[in-house]
Design a protein around this ligand. Structure first.
Ligand code: DX5
Ligand code: ZN
Length: 227
C-alpha cells in the first residue's frame, strides 16, 4: 500500500519546506497535478517548478497530466526528473502513442479515467500500463468530496488484474481520507493520492502511517476468490 500526497494541497508560499515535510513524513510517492486550463478548468504548474523541487527529495514523482496536449509535455517532464507519468483515456486516439512515448522516455506508464468515463474504455490498455488512476472526483480542484459510485470501477480493475495476472497498480485520486482510502483498499486499490486530508495535518508522518495501516488492514479484508 503506497501513500502519495498531492502537492496541490501544499502551501505554495513555502514549497521547499512542504516538499521536505512530505519527505520526512515518509510518503511513498509525491503526486504532482498538472492542469492546463483546457482539459480541466484550472491551471496549476509545469516542468519548471518540478525542476526546482527535484533536488529537494528522492521520492518518486508521480506526474498526473490533466492536459489536452500531453504530447508536448512528456519530454520536458522526463528531463526534469519525473518518474511516472499519467495521461487520460479521454484523449481517445492519442492514448496508445502517449503510453508508448512515456515508456520510451524511461518513465513508468499511467492511465487515468474521469468519473463520467466508463471503465471499459481503459480495458484495451491494461497490458501496457504500470498504474491505473481511478479519479474519484472530477479533476481540476482539490478538496472535493469522494464520489462513492466510483468504487465498482476499482472492483472491476481488480478483477481484470487478477484474471489476467497483470501487475499494474490501482491508484485512487480525489477526496481520499482514512475512511475513503479504506473503502478503496477493500475494493482493490493499492496507491492512495491524498491532498487536503494529509497537508491539513500538523503532523503528516503519523497521518501517513495511519492511512497506510488502515489500507493494509482493509486490503486484507478483500474477499479473495477460492482457488
Ligand atoms: C484533482 C487532483 C487531485 C487532487 C486531490 O484534480 O487530480 O490529485 O489534488 O486533492 P484532494 O485529496 O484534496 O481531493
Ligand atoms: Zn491527481
Amino acid at each position: 500500500m503506497l501513500i502519495a500526497p498531492s502537492l496541490l494541497a501544499a502551501d505554495f508560499s513555502r514549497l521547499t519546506q512542504e516538499v521536505i515535510r512530505v519527505t520526512k513524513a515518509g510518503a511513498d510517492w509525491l503526486h504532482l497535478d498538472i492542469m492546463d486550463g483546457h482539459f480541466v478548468p484550472n491551471i496549476s504548474f509545469g516542468p519548471q517548478l518540478v525542476r526546482s523541487i527535484r533536488p529537494l527529495t528522492k521520492i518518486p514523482f508521480d506526474v498526473h497530466l490533466m492536459c489536452s496536449r500531453p504530447e508536448i509535455l512528456l519530454e520536458p517532464f522526463a528531463k526534469v526528473g519525473a518518474n511516472r507519468v499519467i495521461v487520460h483515456v479521454e484523449l481517445e486516439d492519442k492514448v496508445s502513442d502517449l503510453l508508448w512515448k512515456i515508456r520510451a522516455l524511461g518513465m513508468k506508464v499511467g492511465l487515468s479515467l474521469n468519473p463520467p468515463t466508463a471503465i471499459c474504455h481503459v480495458e484495451p490498455f491494461l497490458h501496457q500500463i504500470d498504474q491505473l488512476l481511478v479519479m474519484t472526483v472530477n479533476p481540476g480542484f482539490g478538496g472535493q468530496p469522494f464520489i462513492h459510485e466510483m468504487v465498482p470501477k476499482i472492483q472491476q480493475a481488480q478483477a481484470w488484474r487478477r484474471e489476467r495476472n497483470l501487475g499494474f497498480h490501482i491508484e485512487v485520486d480525489g477526496g481520499i481520507n482514512d475512511e475513503t482510502a479504506a473503502e478503496c483498499a477493500r475494493a482493490g486499490a493499492d496507491v492512495f493520492v491524498a491532498g487536503t486530508s494529509l497537508f491539513s495535518k500538523r503532523q503528516m508522518g503519523p497521518a501517513i502511517k495511519r492511512m497506510r495501516a488502515l489500507t493494509i488492514k482493509a486490503g486484507q479484508a478483500t474477499v479473495k476468490p477460492i482457488g
